[in-house]
Design a protein around this ligand. Sequence first.
Ligand SMILES: [Zn+2]
Length: 370
Amino acid sequence: MFTSIFLAINVALAANLPRSDCHDHEQHRRLPGNWYHECDHPVHNLFKRGAPGDGINYAEVGSPSWSSAFPTSTPDTSQLPQAWVDALNDAVSSGKIPNIPESTSTSDRSPVYPDGFDPDGSEVCSSSYQCRIPEDIWDAPTGTLGIGFDDGPLPPTPRLVTFLQSQNQSATHFMIGSNILSNPNQFNAAYNIGGDIAVHTYTHPYMTTLTNIQVVAELGWTMEIIHNSTGGRVPRFWRPPYGDSDNRVRAIAAEVFGLECIMWNRDTDDWSMESGGTTMRAISRKMKKWLTGPKTPGLIILEHELTTDMVQAFINAYPFMKSNGWNTTSVARLVGDGRPYQNSNNDDSTVTADGILVAATPSATSSITG
Ligand SMILES: [Zn+2]
């Protein structure tokens, strides 16, 4: 009798599992920590984990088999994994993606919508017009400063991460997928010291100008290359290039991929240093004003790792962040309660030979502020 009850329970459990290979690994759930992909995690079918028995092995970052797995430029929307296309179609047909037309991008960097669609209105809510979608993150908690850098990995990245490591300072890198493909060593430099990797699209377009399926391609391939280069971690956060998003783009990121959007509330304009739009001194003046100003809301400062000068502007400002009493933390950990990834409860965890994530210490995530 006990045997038949046991079998019945097992059959019932198996019926609830989305993939049979999950069942093989159920026993490991008793160990400390979590799988990168829990069996019932919604991203399970979008980004397949690599583990013994799954038939997937992650190629070494930078190797020919790794490189050949990703697009070299703008992703072809007719060559997407079917699971991504199905997830978009499901989200559209269930009414989760607002029917807002694409914008057209103009030379003054303000996307334009067809007549009848107000970029400032609640239906469109374009972040290029500073309309704040309530679910997006623009501010940090009081007294905190979220550290993050856009557009890497690039040749200046190692200089930045060497400094971060010397200060025991965590940071988020909003990475461009095609830059990861071109700069695997710089990617490893950021990731291996514990940098949090987030999504900044594959080829850095104005996202509101893209069709739904193009949005899926830009986000999906960036997540895929991060997933396959970090032992299976699925990023939790993204940042739109030029800060250009709206309710349609936000919904695709959230509903198809589970991504949350981190914007910013202070802009150094460091990206314009090369063209003479700003200078090291001007950035320094801005930083001192912000860092000696009110602690509410906390700061999320837009910075880039495009050039060594931009990295140096951050290094110059860093002592003032500390001397003015700011709690400086990787922005993804800061706003994500210590969880920069969707499928890992503790990014300080290590992976065993069985592909199991083991927590370093129970309090590891909450104790990281540096
Ligand atoms: Zn960017």
